[in-house]
Design a protein around this ligand. Structure first.
Ligand code: SDX
Length: 431
């Protein structure tokens, strides 16, 4: 990090402490409080880590006020428009855009690792058919550590690399199998002649009874959705992966923890919740009723797909996602999709409302993704598994970066204790 001679001065009960300030290549300066507890016997307090940097990183940068998202310095709209998911995976993992030869080798490596151990098929059959695919993914991905023992040693750089490729390659296969199992159709094996997105669509939608041809426009839209979800700084699920990894847990356990965290409706589960909200609204004339509920202080209801911890401007991913939604719905001849009409009118009315404008609550990445995925034929229960698949490269890149950090130590936050102080046990007869 760029050294900064400035210091922050903190005075507590007449004693002044000087805290180092570190300057980033972009974004706010940080005050280094690592020695504060030892010097002043105080903790800092920041529920939800709204003002706390837990690490330094070179992978992704977000400027929430300007609606900027950079992966290794490259803007997300350029990557979504000119690159493709596996090239973005290479960029996130290794820090630079690949040469043609490097990309060809990386894509071949991923393609050749898309099958899962045949015995893992049995895992799926232990779930009820109506299990949420995210439950299946948490279970099956965590169980990968029981099958791939030769890539669990986090201190071996080769094993870290093998685990990274295995996870990126196998997540689409696992997600597709979770989907097929939930609809009672046979598993479809990956095909090495298809690109990453086409392979996923083929594994989800082909059936043994007839030929399935992947529509290249849908494959491109699928690939773009993967790219838009690839990484996003220290969001809740990435922070979960980092915290799990800080104890030395194996990569498959860490990614399973990330999947579990992503599932929540405040995070990756918002794309499913957003589409369910649009369906519940049903028609544009009911929008005011739902906006009123979202504004009501006494109602915990929130507009799914709106707001963001960091973006206080448009989420640049939502802008690209909306363009994709228009293309896919036009291709499928459903440009007058009632859900899209409701979504666009909801966006228009919410952004015209001072409550949302003042609180800077804009549509986020989840607002339009569900509309595309539903138009493609995915059930809402598959929206978050698709998010998890795409985010795996971000989790893995951050996991590798943390393991290479000489400052790495187990994550162990402190607390503001408000409970009982010492008191002696009371025998039950005397209570
Ligand atoms: C993702 O972190 C990431 O980068 C995540 C992500 C990624 O790529 O990893 O971008 C993916 O998780 C996107 C977010 C998806 N979630 C949703 O769409 C669910 C709906 N959004 C909210 O739950 C909320 O906006 C959060 C959780 C996303 C952010 O919450 P914050 O930053 O903790 O904000 P807050 O809860 O403190 O809200 C600030 C104010 C509150 O009002 P006041 O108490 O100040 O009066 O805004 C209100 C909130 O009530 N508010 C909303 C709202 N979101 C916030 N009011 C109505 N509808 C909403 N959606």
């Amino acid at each position: 990090m760029a050294e900064n001679t400035d210091t922050a001065k903190l005075t507590i009960k007449g004693e002044t402490y000087e805290l180092p300030i570190h300057s980033p290549t972009a974004g706010p300066d940080v005050i280094d409080i690592r020695k504060l507890y030892g010097q002043a016997n105080v903790f800092t307090y920041d529920p939800g880590f709204t003002s706390t940097s837990a690490c330094d990183s070179t992978i992704t940068f977000i400027d929430g006020g300007e609606g900027v998202l950079l992966h290794r310095g490259y803007p997300i709209d350029q990557l979504a428009g000119q690159s493709h998911y596996l090239e973005v995976c290479y960029l996130l993992l290794y820090g630079e855009l690949p040469s043609a030869a490097e990309l060809e080798k990386f894509e071949r490596l991923v393609t050749n690792h898309t099958m899962i151990h045949e015995q893992m098929h049995n895992f799926f059959r232990g779930f009820r058919r109506d299990a949420h695919p995210m439950a299946t993914m948490v279970g099956v991905v965590g169980a990968m550590s029981a099958f791939y023992h030769d890539s669990t040693d986090i201190n071996d750089s080769h094993q870290r690399e093998v685990a990274s490729i295995r996870l990126i390659a196998k997540m689409p296969t696992i997600a597709a199998m979770a989907y097929k199992y939930s609809i009672g159709q046979p598993f479809v094996y990956p095909r090495n002649d298809l690109d990453y997105a086409s392979n996923f669509l083929h594994m989800c939608f082909s059936v043994p009874a007839e030929e399935y041809h992947v529509n290249p426009v849908l494959a491109r839209a699928m690939d773009r959705i993967f790219t838009l979800h690839a990484d996003h700084e220290q969001n809740a699920s990435t922070s979960t992966v980092r915290l799990a990894s800080s104890s030395g847990a194996n990569p498959f356990a860490c990614i399973a923890a990330g999947i579990a965290c992503l599932w929540g409706p405040a995070h990756g589960g918002a794309n499913q919740a957003c589409l369910e909200m649009l369906k519940e609204i049903g028609s544009v004339d009911r929008i005011p009723e739902f906006i009123a509920r979202a504004k009501d202080k006494n109602d915990s209801y929130r507009l799914m797909g709106f707001g963001h911890r960091v973006y206080k401007n448009f989420d640049p991913r939502a802008t690209v996602m909306k363009q994709s939604a228009d293309e896919v719905l036009e291709l499928l001849g459903v440009e007058d999709n009632p859900l899209l009409q409701v979504a666009m009118e909801l966006e228009k009315q919410a952004l015209a409302d001072p409550y949302f404008a003042d609180k800077k609550l804009f549509p986020n990445v989840d607002f339009y993704s569900g509309i595309i995925l539903e138009a493609m034929g995915f059930p809402t229960s598959m929206f978050t598994p698709i998010f998890a698949m795409a985010r795996t490269v971000g989790w893995i890149s951050q996991w590798k970066e943390q393991l290479a950090d000489p400052q790495l130590k187990i994550g162990r936050p402190r607390q503001l204790y408000l409970g009982e102080t010492h008191r002696d046990y009371i025998d039950i007869e005397k209570r």
